[in-house]
Design a protein around this ligand. Structure first.
Ligand code: IMP
Length: 193
């Protein structure tokens, strides 16, 4: 029998990506499928707390095994900004062009371009036990957005070992090394042991 698992997302693309990684033994449901249509609060100040807050919200509503993720871009010279505020760095409209522009402005004249994407996944099993997983990818920020693939900060992030941005690399290449891919793989390994 398949193991049921709720993923705290409304993003169909993420759902399919994770279902593909989990394989046929797992039946993944999104929020809508378990009757959660409201926006889940994300008010914490760290990725760990935000991921846990979302997973706990789902667990309280459906009482079943579930997980949530939270991701941030952390720039060394900006003391880890935008971090947990990555989606709304330049304002509540969540405009990724404005977000990238703000990063570029703040890094003007700054030589240290080191940055990382970090994803935290909070998993709660059917008995209510919580486990956290983390994945990250290091790279650098460039001044000119380049490439059309992906989303968010992809056009200004060049992963270490590459000369192209995430937005120029094929999706399979990004997924194979990405923060989210790595965190999900840790969850998959945990669920399969
Ligand atoms: P979320 O937690 O996955 O919703 O991500 C929060 C924000 O981080 C997004 O709105 C994007 O701005 C940024 N972000 C997350 N993942 C990526 C990525 O893979 N590439 C570029 N930006 C990302």
């Amino acid at each position: 029998m398949k193991r049921s698992l709720v993923f705290a997302t409304g993003n169909q693309h993420k759902l399919e990506e994770v279902q593909g990684l989990l394989g046929k033994d797992f039946a993944l449901s999104c929020l809508r499928e378990v009757g959660i249509t409201e926006e889940i609060p994300e008010t914490a100040l760290t990725l760990h707390e935000n991921a846990l807050q979302k997973a706990q919200y789902v667990f309280e509503k459906c009482g079943c095994a579930c997980f949530a993720d939270d991701t941030g871009l952390e720039i060394e010279a900006l003391n880890g900004e935008p971090g947990v505020f990555s989606a709304r760095y330049a304002g509540s409209q969540k405009d990724s062009v404005a977000n990238m522009q703000l990063v570029i402005e703040k890094l003007q004249g700054v030589a240290n371009r080191k940055a990382q994407f970090r994803t935290v996944i909070a998993y709660i099993d059917a008995a209510g036990n919580e486990t956290l997983f983390e994945g990250k990818v290091e790279g650098k920020i460039i001044d000119t957005p380049t490439g059309v693939q992906g989303f968010g900060y992809d056009p200004i992030f060049v992963p270490d070992g590459y000369v192209k941005t995430f937005a120029e690399l094929p999706m399979e290449v990004k997924n194979s090394m990405s923060h989210r891919g790595r965190a999900i793989q840790k969850l998959v390994d945990f669920l399969n042991t």
